[in-house]
Design a protein around this ligand. Sequence first.
Ligand code: AMP
Length: 233
Amino acid sequence: MPSDLIGARPVHPGARLVVLGKQGAGKGTQAVRLSRHYVVPHVATGDTFRAAIRSGSEFGVIAKRYLDAGDLVPDEVVIGVVKERLTHPDASHRGFVLDGFPRTVGQAEALEKILAPFSLDVVLNLDVPTEAVLTRLASRRVCSSCGANYSVPDKLPKVPRICDVCGGDVVQRDDDTEAAIERRLELYERETAPLVSWYAQRKLLATVNGTGELDDVTDRIVDEIDRRKREAV
Ligand code: AMP
């Protein structure tokens, strides 16, 4: 938690946020930081599916097929999962950071209906060039229990392959293979990139440079959110 970075700022708890960006743009890392800063739940659809897969549930077995291939889980399934999560009091009272959802215009339209009469505060578009995300994805390692992020060779766990946070196994994600990455980036361009103009038309979009030091990226994002929250009052 970058408490030294954003702890010094006045905190205005509560926010309804979406984080968009290519695979490997750093959505997950920044979404966790934002959820702590604004004291709202981090709702990551990919994490929900990976947890279902680990549990071995029937739902997990179905989800695994899509995730391993780098394909999108059908809209109706994802929308149901998100709708259920956003009705919990923490999210419905204080807000949320959505990470990995929406990924299609159909999902964005469904989200608008789920939130009505409220709206999102900001949709952040983390902008990182494709060459940079490819490098990040190839070096990415994650804890299979808590999802903490590592990377080879500069940010490894203290004990090889054991998570510093929870002691879980640190592994390469099953969908971080070359074929699945290619498929996921192709789907991003086709299905998710159109959301950038969709949200821009609704005056909700803030594109933020996602390259550089993590703390600097967080700083830029929080500046942008706070500025928009001030303007909305
Ligand atoms: P992520 O952790 O966000 O990269 O998501 C991992 C995988 O979960 C994706 O490649 C999809 O198979 C599935 N997934 C996550 N979120 C969604 C979504 N909003 N719509 C469809 N599939 C999703």
